[in-house]
Design a protein around this ligand. Sequence first.
Ligand code: DC
Length: 238
Amino acid sequence: MNVPDIIIAVDGFSATGKSTFAKMVAKEFDFLYLDSGAMYRGVTLYAMENGMIAEDGTIDEKALQAVIEGLDLHFQNDDESTKLYLGDRCVETEIRTLAVSSHVSPVSAIPFVRNYVDKRLRAFSEGGRVIMDGRDIGTTVFPNAELKVFMVADEQVRAQRRYDEMVAKGDTPVFEDIVKNLAERDYIDSHRETSPLRQPEDAYVMDNTHMTLHEELVWCLGVIQGKFGILEAPSLSW
Ligand code: DC
């Protein structure tokens, strides 16, 4: 099926399966996938490694603000997937630890951090045919995105998915810590002053609590067909 060169914005709470969904759609329709959360995680990792986040979580905003515009965070395509680089160092693994997860929401609430990330995300998306996931893609980064998806899922199911993901990577997480971390991030992400997480009015809402990945893809195809008036019979690669 011929999908036009559009921007697809995917937003939702943590661990609702946004990146899995977005990567799958990107692969199916040959779109560039960009993970905006990775950029916030990259800034957080940099701040942690450079002593800008104290034990109690206090962020040295002055120090971070002084260096942020010179921070070389970018995406690079390796082995068919897009990975985050800090300078010439791939930081894809380091940015996914629970330590980074527990500091990333307050870092991402800082207006100058959001401004830096927004600028970079827009630059990486020039030319379109991009699917990007995050919290404010359809509201702030690309308010004119041609297609907006807002993903929701049951809290326990979300925590279980994150838990399984970490175990698969060889971590030994405590389930209750993940539940707590998700609840804290949900709260901070949706209550911050700058670009809080909220459902765009013109978004299609997907509750994937009981959906398989294949069902998500079929759902997306149906939305695209309906929205762009595509009559061609759908054919999926799987
Ligand atoms: O999607 P994620 O869990 O990797 O995102 C990490 C954090 O970054 C999340 O707690 C909120 C923040 N974030 C944001 O504020 N805006 C975005 N567009 C993407 C992520």
